[in-house]
Design a protein around this ligand. Structure first.
Ligand SMILES: [Zn+2]
Length: 55
């Protein structure tokens, strides 16, 4: 499959789609993409606190 997508971190041609972002093979790019999403389960944690409300 051919795609024009570029790595959202460094701008090189993307090879994969991870954490809702296009990234290349560079581990630092993958790590940054993960950080952008708040880390593993980060968004779920935020959703949970919204469910519980703030008092
Ligand atoms: Zn990259």
């Amino acid at each position: 499959m051919k795609t024009d997508a570029k790595c959202e971190i460094c701008g090189k041609p993307a090879t994969r789609f991870l954490f809702a972002a296009f990234v290349c093979d560079d581990e630092s790019c993958i790590e940054k993409a993960r950080m952008e999403r708040g880390g593993p389960g980060g968004h779920k944690k935020r959703d949970l606190s919204e469910l519980l409300g703030d008092g």
